[in-house]
Design a protein around this ligand. Sequence first.
Ligand SMILES: Nc1ncnc2c1ncn2[C@@H]1O[C@H](COP(=O)(O)OP(=O)(O)OP(=O)(O)O)[C@@H](O)[C@H]1O
Ligand SMILES: Nc1nc2c(ncn2[C@@H]2O[C@H](COP(=O)(O)O)[C@@H](O)[C@H]2O)c(=O)[nH]1
Length: 263
Amino acid sequence: MALTRKAVISRRRNSSVCVSLSFTMYLRLFSRLISAMVGPRPVVLSGPSGAGKSTLLKRLMKEYEGVFGFSVSHTTRNPRPGEENGKGLNCLPMLLGATLLPVADVLSSVSSVSSEDYHYVTRETMQEGIAKGDFIENAEFSGNMYGTSKASVQDVQAKNLICILDIDMQGVKNIKKTDLNPIYVSIQPPSMDILEKRLRDRQTESEESLQKRLDAARTDMELSKEPGIFDVVIVNDNLEEAYGKLKDVLIEEITKVQEANKS
Ligand SMILES: Nc1ncnc2c1ncn2[C@@H]1O[C@H](COP(=O)(O)OP(=O)(O)OP(=O)(O)O)[C@@H](O)[C@H]1O
Ligand SMILES: Nc1nc2c(ncn2[C@@H]2O[C@H](COP(=O)(O)O)[C@@H](O)[C@H]2O)c(=O)[nH]1
């Protein structure tokens, strides 16, 4: 049966709607496929020791479970109370099991314990690994060696999570020479005085280590002002505000992972 003019136009419209709909769907599918293949961009979190990187990171990983993965570094420094080899936060039983610690001390230790423990190794082991090319970057910080192994980043990326690297300024410079393409975030303290107070209150450093960290912090604070090193510099004065800013910077990558997790 011959179609009326109206019916022909309506069919054409419908088919063009179908074409544009399916084109949008294909585009969406394609971009999902690409981002699943490429994976989310890693995040480099840097800044002086005591600026609040771990504090912010813990909140982020708690709020966005299944979105972030921490690149567990290697270090030659000794574990702090509660830190475990290559494991996350697991300090409470050990601290409570320790003898005669007043409750206040236990609580303050818990809040200061890092959730991002290391692989604790000797200098020899670390040097061997570096010589074998196992590390993406490594640095000497406050009298100890630190390094990001290729395996630690690959482990996280294999799970399609946002890989977080908590590294010092030397590490940042070395990562810039690689093809990792992370988002570079610097967490800065409001002032040297406040940084010193935070580090002292944390009770994790000897006087010697504290002074070394403060020296490194001065250089770090200066360098963070240089344009082009970091995508964003966040001053961690008010914790809520700093956390809000950090989330704003990462929300695009967070959404990507959440979308990928849904499909
Ligand atoms: N906005 C803030 N206001 C007050 N205290 C804070 C704030 N942010 C972090 N702190 C405290 O400062 C101390 C240092 O923070 P944190 O351990 O997170 O620093 P960091 O940058 O991870 O240090 P490091 O590089 O040595 O691991 C901690 O005791 C933490 O509770
Ligand atoms: N270049 C690297 N720096 C690292 C790495 N892991 C940690 N760090 C930085 O070291 C200091 C001190 O850490 P702490 O745990 O002893 O307080 C801090 O600034 C970290 O960002 C690493 O693999 N490479």
